[in-house]
Design a protein around this ligand. Sequence first.
Ligand SMILES: NC(=O)c1ccc[n+]([C@@H]2O[C@H](COP(=O)([O-])OP(=O)(O)OC[C@H]3O[C@@H](n4cnc5c(N)ncnc54)[C@H](OP(=O)(O)O)[C@@H]3O)[C@@H](O)[C@H]2O)c1
Length: 270
Amino acid sequence: MTTADPGTTRPLALVTGASSGIGLELARSLARRGYDLVVAAEDAELHAAAAELEREGTTVAAVQVDLTVPGDVERLWDAVVASGRSVDVVALNAGAGVGGAFAETDLAAELGIIQLNCASTVHLAKRAVQAMTARGEGRVLVTSSLAARVPSAHQAVYAGTKAFVHDFAQSIGAELDGSGVTVTAFMPGPTHSEFFDRAGLTDTKLGASDAKDDPAQVAEQAVEALLEGKDHVVTGSLATKVSGALGALTPDRLGARLQGKAAEPGSAPG
Ligand SMILES: NC(=O)c1ccc[n+]([C@@H]2O[C@H](COP(=O)([O-])OP(=O)(O)OC[C@H]3O[C@@H](n4cnc5c(N)ncnc54)[C@H](OP(=O)(O)O)[C@@H]3O)[C@@H](O)[C@H]2O)c1
């Protein structure tokens, strides 16, 4: 980890969930645009990711935190403040899923993803928005999902958390109109990452499908939208965008059933 220089004129970005998948690519995209980074994740692999990001010629501070723990969320923000620098971009991206039938899934795991996906996002957004509104500038990215617009059987709690963060991002974004602070809801469709393995979805049609988007591509599209101050961005291929648009038009219960077929345990072909 390189110590950030408080006297630097380079912009600073905080990215959560930056050790793998979409978050690592968000951090890489910001590094290539000249941002120094504070990156956060739970496991020690974060330090390897930070070393990789430093090769982009940027300064990276890695903060290992369990964002399901409010004290760790605060410790992460304290690390940003301790850098002595204003934070220009905050990407609230860390998140996880739980697949399976709600009657059978583990309650502790589901309460954990509510804490991670929803509570830590609100907690860090509070700190970031207060700091940014005081300065009259800043950009916040909230990783939502296409799942925010379509409920899903067999991912009931996960889909609910994404609907929550999506609405939350849109609501605070509306409050902040004209303030110089923007909030962008980032809506990836299925994207190659560790998400499906961690959520126990590898034996599902959704998890096994190769037709997923490239995390580098979706991150690049998200960072462009973030820096343009867009209110939301649906990322990925044309097929993902079309499926997202159709999903949003589908009646909720039908959408939940259709999505649920792809996420049904054992639905992976062959
Ligand atoms: N992949 C998709 O198809 C897809 C689609 C729509 C939305 N999303 C969203 O995209 C975001 C990134 O997911 P991904 O697909 O890139 O999955 P991923 O590769 O599993 O990355 C998840 C990231 O979150 C971090 N994280 C998980 N639990 C944490 C905790 N308790 N405390 C701190 N950090 C934690 C992980 O770090 P550790 O390894 O240290 O735990 C990792 O850096 C999530 O919000 C997800 O809901 C993904």
